[in-house]
Design a binder for this molecule. Sequence first.
Ligand code: THU
Length: 136
Amino acid sequence: MMRDKLIQLALDARENAYIPYSHYAVGAALLTEDGEIYCGCNVESASYGATNCAERTAIFKAVSEGKRKFRAIAVAGGMEGEEPKDYAYPCGICRQVIKEFASEDFRIIVAKSLTDYKEYSLSELLPFGFGGESIK
Ligand code: THU
């Protein structure tokens, strides 16, 4: 099933996280409207504010390859070398970036494992969000 695949890829993507400062590894797997999957990890910087979250890494990879509409994202995070202990919810900046490119029925899956996950709509995680339609 597609959800299982996204969760497994998000768990796998944690392996590539560049996390010398927080040691907190996040992986994301993003499903495009045309059925492709782009993965991402968090990439930290010694100038902490320059850090990029796993979700935005996946989204920016996809957008830079010409994809503009997404159906779902799975996210998994936990301390380096450990299985996730908690659900890793997308940060506020990532929720805003998700809004930019999300389909109507976009799903956000936060997973500790293949069998332990929660699933949300974007409006559950970003109610009353600000989007492009507001400035047309
Ligand atoms: N992080 C993500 O990758 N995604 C989120 O939604 C929240 C935070 C990363 C950024 C940083 O590398 C580490 O987690 C600790 O904040």
